[in-house]
Design a protein around this ligand. Structure first.
Ligand code: SAM
Length: 214
C-alpha cells in the first residue's frame, strides 16, 4: 500500500478513542468490558482501511471485531468507515501484530482473519509474513482451542507459502479455494484490496486453517 504522509493522523486517532483503543496492553483479558457483552471476539490482522471489519460487524451483530493496523496514515480511513457505520461491535488498535500476545490473553480470541497480507517476497523478510511460524505461535496463544485463521490473498506465492506454513505447524486446512469468486463459497465480504485486484482480473485464493484441540 502506497503511504501518504498524514501529519494529522495521530490527532485523529487521539480524537476517536471510542473507535481506536488507546491502551490495548491494559485491555488484555478484558476486551469484553469494552464491548459490554460476552460475544466472541474476532480479529483482523492488517486491517487496512477497515471495510472488512466494518461490514463483518454489520453482518454479525452477535460477534465483536477488532482490526489491527500498524500504519497511522491508513488506520484513519478505517476510523471514518466505523464512525459512519455507527457499529458498536467493532474497534481498532494501532499496533504491530508482532506484539499480539501483549494485547490478548490466552483463549480470548475466537477467529483471526488475514486478508491480502503483505507478501514480503524476499527470503530475508520471511519473518514479516503474517503466516510465518512465529505468527502462528502467537495466534495459537490467543485463540480458543479449535480456533481458526481465515486467510485470503491474490498472491499465489504467498498462498503456497502459507499452505506449507499452516501444514508444517499441524493446522487442519478446510475450504481451500483456488478461485474464490468463481467458487460456491457463500457470505464472502470483500476487502478494499480484494475489490481492486479482482477488478483487475486477479484470482483470489482462500483457505481456513484450524488449530487442533489439545
Ligand atoms: N486487509 C486490507 C485489505 O485487504 O484491503 C489491507 C491489505 S494491505 C496489503 C496490508 C495491511 O496490513 C497494511 O495496511 C499494513 O500496514 C498492515 N500490516 C502489515 N503487517 C502488519 C503487522 N505486523 N501489524 C499490523 N498491521 C500490519
Amino acid at each position: 500500500m502506497r503511504l501518504r504522509n498524514k501529519p494529522w493522523a495521530q490527532d485523529k486517532i487521539d480524537d476517536n478513542p471510542q473507535v481506536v483503543v488507546a491502551d490495548p496492553e491494559n485491555r488484555k483479558g478484558k476486551w469484553h468490558q469494552i464491548f459490554e457483552n460476552d460475544n466472541p471476539i474476532c480479529i483482523e490482522v492488517g486491517t487496512g482501511k477497515g471495510q472488512f471489519v466494518t461490514e463483518m460487524a454489520k453482518l454479525h451483530p452477535n460477534a465483536n471485531f477488532i482490526g489491527i493496523e500498524r500504519q497511522k496514515s491508513i488506520i484513519v480511513s478505517a476510523i471514518d468507515k466505523i464512525n459512519e457505520s455507527g457499529q458498536k461491535n467493532v474497534r481498532l488498535i494501532n499496533v504491530n501484530a508482532m506484539q499480539l500476545i501483549n494485547f490478548f490473553d490466552k483463549e480470548e480470541v475466537h477467529r483471526i482473519y488475514l486478508n491480502f497480507s503483505d507478501p514480503w517476497p524476499k527470503n530475508r523478510h520471511e519473518k514479516r509474513r503474517l503466516t510465518h511460524e512465529s505468527f502462528l505461535e502467537a495466534y495459537e496463544e490467543v485463540l480458543i482451542p479449535g480456533g481458526d485463521i481465515h486467510f485470503k490473498t491474490d498472491n499465489q506465492d504467498l498462498f503456497v507459502y502459507s499452505l506449507h506454513s499452516f501444514s508444517k505447524y499441524g493446522l487442519i486446512l478446510n475450504n481451500v479455494s483456488l478461485d474464490l469468486h468463481r467458487s460456491d463459497f457463500k457470505g464472502n465480504v470483500m476487502t478494499e484490496y480484494e475489490e481492486k485486484f479482482s477488478a483487475m482480473g486477479n484470482r483470489i485464493y482462500r483457505c481456513e486453517a484450524m488449530y487442533r484441540r489439545k
